[in-house]
Design a protein around this ligand. Structure first.
Ligand code: HT7
Ligand code: ZN
Length: 849
């Protein structure tokens, strides 16, 4: 198994002017006819080498002349055509078996729907091609299938022809005028329901908008449609980007490896990011749909019009597009909550990855399977990097710079250096020192020291840079650091953005009356870990004007308190008092719910030198119980004040009320009194919202098991026909801390609803279990054994899904010696499996190194 290196990049030797594809779809197989107009770019190249994964070749022509077998070589991974002229038309006919495709890459079937997933390298399992993002071509696609079973036939671009044939088959032709790489090609065929709408662009073009889904689900598509129109308008207003085809189609399918895919004019979505109504979707689901719909739409400019030269540049489109979708969600909802949620997710996933043996720069240097690099580092840390550029340039310069980027590179496949060039060129700001962020891995730390005398406040900042995975030393970073100083009455004296650029540097602030209180890394302006001794957490929780630092201080104070308890100390009463003040704040309700949340187990675990979960649980549970007892009355009042009226509306006020009310219920649960049990049960039975139901069900499962069975039974019987809702059911049971979880998870695999071929279900049952620290890390190795068995089994069906599950073992290098040895045995067992996919091989071998 060989790695591919960025340093080996070579330009393609051939270009493809146009592609004409014809798909003849049948129940057992499909015939693909691919006619490419090709040109030699490198005159010396005699052989045309096309990517081709396990394809069955039927026939091959050059300029209408059928080629003899001596003119080409077909192997497992390529089709080489010998002695090609400098300009020619190549026609390839091949046969594929979408019905047997369980990897969900290329052309496959999700239930009865034919669909495709080609990013990054799926197209080569459809037809031989130069399957690399820097080969862009104009596609015309004809899809032919039985008219009754597959009345809807879709591909990229605009529909140019429909023919109903005498043999009961229908043929539809699509033409996409925008040159694109093969990874953006898409095809859908099915008997689908749909909703339709329209959007008029700023310059007056009318765009037809369609969302397709399984028949019967049409009523669940309206939130997605609303989100699409919001995204279209936002991109015009914020980036000056208009849509560029007559039609925008979205199709929801159940079997999908990730969230969604931005294929030109034909997005294909995991149905979890399209379908929602107030009875079946939680508030988080509604928000998730809004952001993923927007993300895929934004790719039309950042990804499709301007694409990546090679896959090492993935963050060029993903980091930028995530940043764009985060800003969109912040503009449409609560900006402070959005920022905190984004940081939370970065820390829970990306910081953990960055501290593991699979850490990599946002622009990796090598890969074995590109599928393994759709990571939170490339996506979320990549978005933080763009956010820092935005902060360094300021809103106005940033807009000038993105305008220049679009103008300079439209229709091209480019690199992150090209992007940085535009940022520099338009703003006049030198970003050469900033580039380090693209090439180094690991989360940088910043040590903060303060001194004060004679009215002079000195801030000494020292960067602590982790080594790369191969132990080489890495360099200090260049970044914006937003900060503020407060006087002792809580008034802000100063707010500014420092630029940190050296390993160690001092910042001096003069003419101060007394020692100020520091508020640092406001708005989380840089993705770093701040280390500050004796910070004034309680003070900042009370007075800081920065909503992020306020939250951060509450979290840090709680972390400090829990860690002192883990060392055997009593509960810090000042923390308890500060927490009490939070309960009284009259602020945005969702934000308040966040302030009241205790730090996650993952946050606490990331701070341990040798990870052990038991002491974390014990201390955290003790603190939670103490807070519940101390503030029972106040929290109950919060609950009651926000529980009524019983509505399911998804406006921001009602969503805020629900999130605060549910936080209150979670705070009260550790009391374990019959009264709280009854209250939770009543919430489950009476609430009209899925958010409320799921929170109640989770609390019943974990704390009031006497009531749980009835509620779980009720939930199952109500929703067993809605797979998306059943994901919630499986997740609650897999994440449970109740006795016997593993046994139940094993049994649930036999449930009629569960299907190992559907990634959403595997993620909610097995994936969630692998993140259930209590049972996954059980000291008898039962959790590790089970997950390892599943990885081995699923690797044969869907390698991408298997290597995703393997991520749970990333903590290996940092876990305590007992667990480490137990993990090692299982990891080795996976690695010894015959014909292990390169996806799983890459992840597991890195972890074990
Ligand atoms: N650009 C897409 C990345 C992707 C993907 C999507 C669905 C299934 C498999 C996939 N492999 C890679 C998703 C996005 O960032 O929008
Ligand atoms: Zn994306």
């Amino acid at each position: 198994i060989e790695a591919i290196y960025l340093k080996d990049y070579k330009k393609p030797a051939f270009s493809i002017e146009s592609v004409n594809l014809e798909f003849d779809l049948y129940e057992e197989f499909a015939i693909v006819t691919n006619i490419m107009k090709m040109n030699k770019v490198d005159g010396n190249e005699k052989t045309l080498e096309l990517h081709s994964t396990d394809l069955e070749l039927v026939e091959l022509y050059i300029n209408d002349l059928k080629l003899k077998e001596s003119r080409y070589i077909i192997s497992k991974e390529s089709l080489s055509v010998l002695n090609v002229p400098s300009e020619f038309t190549l026609k390839v006919v091949n046969k594929i078996y979408p019905q047997n495709n369980t990897e969900l890459e290329g052309l496959y079937k999700s239930g009865s729907i034919f669909c495709t997933q080609n990013e990054p390298e799926g197209f080569r399992s459809i037809t031989p091609y130069l399957d690399r993002p820097d080969v862009m071509s104009v596609f015309t696609t004809t899809v032919i299938a039985d008219k009754e079973s597959y009345p809807v036939l879709l591909s990229n671009g605009n529909k140019v022809d429909t023919k109903d044939r005498v043999d009961k088959r229908r043929s539809v032709t699509w033409h996409d005028p925008h040159p694109k790489p093969s990874y953006l090609f898409a095809l859908v065929a099915g008997d689908l329901g749909s909703i339709t709408d329209e959007f008029t662009t700023a310059s007056g073009s009318n765009v037809e908008l369609n969302i397709y889904c399984d028949k019967g689900n049409e009523s669940k598509c309206y939130h997605a449609m609303k989100s699409l129109k919001e995204a279209m308008l936002w991109d015009e207003q914020k980036y000056g980007r208009e849509y560029d085809l007559d039609i925008y189609n979205i199709v929801a399918v159940d079997s999908f490896n990730m969230g969604a895919m931005e294929n030109k004019g034909l997005n294909i979505f995991n149905s979890a990011y399209v379908l929602a109504d107030e009875d079946s979707a939680s508030d988080a689901n509604f928000m998730g749909i809004q952001s993923v719909i927007a993300h895929e739409y934004f790719h039309n400019w950042t990804g499709n019009r301007i694409t990546c030269r090679d896959w090492f540049q993935l963050t060029l489109k993903e980091g930028l597009t995530v940043f764009r979708d985060q800003c969109f969600s912040a503009d449409l909802n609560s900006a402070e909550v959005q920022r905190i949620d984004d940081v939370k997710s970065l820390r829970e996933r990306q910081f953990v990855e960055d501290a593991s043996p699979t850490a990599h720069p946002i622009q990796p240097k090598s890969y074995i399977s590109m599928n393994n690099f759709y990571t939170s580092t490339v996506y979320e840390k990549g978005a933080e990097v763009i956010r820092m550029i935005h902060t360094l340039l300021g809103e106005e310069n940033y807009r000038k710079a993105t305008d220049l980027y679009f103008k300079s590179f439209d229709g091209q496949a480019v690199t992150t250096d090209d992007f940085l060039w535009a940022m520099q060129e338009a703003s006049g700001i030198d970003l050469s020192a900033f580039k380090t962020w693209y090439h180094q891995s690991g989360t940088p730390k910043l040590k903060v020291e303060e001194s004060f005398s004679d009215g002079v406040y000195k801030l000494t900042l020292t960067q602590v840079i982790p080594n790369a995975v191969d132990s080489t030393k890495q360099n200090p970073y260049y970044y914006p650091l937003k900060m503020g100083l407060l006087d002792e009455s809580g008034e802000e004296i100063l707010a500014q953005t420092l630029v940190v650029s050296k390993e160690r540097e001092e910042f001096i602030f003069q003419n101060l009356k007394s020692k100020p209180i520091l508020s640092i890394n406001r708005a989380f302006s840089a993705p770093i870990i701040v280390e500050q001794k004796s910070a004034e957490y309680a003070f900042l929780m009370k007075y800081d004007s920065d909503s992020f630092v306020k939250y951060e201080s509450a979290q840090n104070f709680a972390v400090e308190t829990i860690e002192s308890m883990m060392r055997g100390q009593e509960i810090n009463s000042s923390f308890v008092e500060a927490y009490g003040h939070l309960l009284d704040l009259d602020i945005d309700l969702s934000y308040k719910a966040l302030l009241l949340e205790l730090p996650s187990v993952s946050t606490l675990m990331q701070r341990q030198d040798e990870v052990d979960f038991e002491p974390i649980y014990e201390a955290k549970e003790k603190l939670a119980k103490h807070l519940a007892v101390t503030f029972e009355d106040k929290v109950m009042k919060l609950y009651v004040d926000n529980h009524f009226p019983n509505v399911s509306a998804i406006d921001s006020l009602n969503m805020g009320k629900r999130s605060l009310k549910n936080r209150a219920l979670k705070i009260l649960a550790p009391l374990e009194t019959p009264a709280i049990g009854k209250l939770t049960q009543a919430q489950y039975n009476e609430s009209l919202s899925m958010s409320d139901r799921v929170v109640a069900l989770d609390i019943l499962e974990n704390t009031f098991s006497d009531f749980a069975l009835e509620a779980l039974g009720d939930f199952y019987s109500k929703y067993k026909d809605q797979t998306l809702v059943m994901n919630k059911y499986f997740s609650i049971l897999s994440a449970s801390h109740r006795e016997g979880v593993l046994k139940r998870v094993i049994e649930l695999q036999n449930d009629e609803v569960y299907d190992e071929k559907v990634p959403n279900l595997v993620r909610s049952l097995i994936g969630v279990f692998a993140r259930n620290y209590k049972y996954f890390h059980a000291k008898d190795a039962s959790g590790y054994k089970f997950v390892a068995d599943k990885i081995i089994e699923i690797d044969k069906i869907n390698p991408q899904m298997a290597s995703g599950l393997a991520g749970a073992f990333k903590i290996y290098s940092r876990i305590n010696t007992l667990n480490k040895e137990l993990m090692r045995v299982e990891l080795q067992r996976i690695l010894n499996t015959k014909e292990l996919s390169k996806n799983s091989f890459e992840i597991i071998s890195k972890i074990l190194k």
